[in-house]
Design a binder for this molecule. Sequence first.
Ligand code: 0O2
Length: 245
Amino acid sequence: MNNILKNLKNTGEDDELILEVSIEEEEDRLLPRSADYLDMEKQYDQIMFFYESGIRQLTAKLDILNREFQFCNDRNPIEYVKSRIKTSESILRKMKKQGLPLTFSCMMNNIRDIAGVRVVCPFITDVYQVARLLIGQPDIELVQIKDYIREPKENGYRSLHLIVTVEVYFSDRKRKVPVEVQLRTIAMNFWASTEHQLRYKKDRAFTEDIHRQLKECAQLMAQADEMMQKLAENLNVSDQDDLFW
Ligand code: 0O2
């Protein structure tokens, strides 16, 4: 959190915080001795509380859907759910990359994956069913869908990405909290998690050959998903009609 605060200055206009000067200048001017810094820290914590509340609301919904499905069908369409609040470093990196002014309001208006929920399901049909049940709820609004299962990324990445808003009741009012939901199968998650480790943990560029091997691995995962899906249909565990929207 300190990183993002070091990059912000108070313009004196109510709660608007802005960065228009270099980080070095800021460090001279801003750091902990100023009372503004504490205000900013408090404001940052409040904003993150807003996103955490969205995550709580959304994960409660997923939990209820999963338990209900267990009662009715004797199995779980959700293997597990993970959530995270994007780190301040990652938020700053993204805002700088997009050339955005580094203000809290700009962050809240433009960075839509500050709250993130990942849903891992056994079968592809579960991915679509869970997504449909979630966005069918009246207090959930669908903002964007990216279907990287139907159209995988060039490198082989597959997943269903939704940006939704979920309504949360705070003490004084109801607010819509944006949350990015990534839904994928266990096989898709295996590929994405291990590829992420290879990409982020090592300080070296991927060669053409590494790209090719990763893509090949993604194709193997896709084949495994298809085979499991067919088995599930043959055993009446899931329904082919649910395969896409
Ligand atoms: P982190 O740490 O997971 O949050 P946008 O986020 O919309 O500005 P983009 O690329 O259009 O940018 O978003 P997209 O395609 O919806 O993907 C964003 C997130 O999907 C990434 O978040 C990853 O979590 C995941 N993702 C996308 N492509 C890949 C991939 O090739 N490999 C893996 N392992 N994950 C991927 P962040 O912000 O990169 O990081």
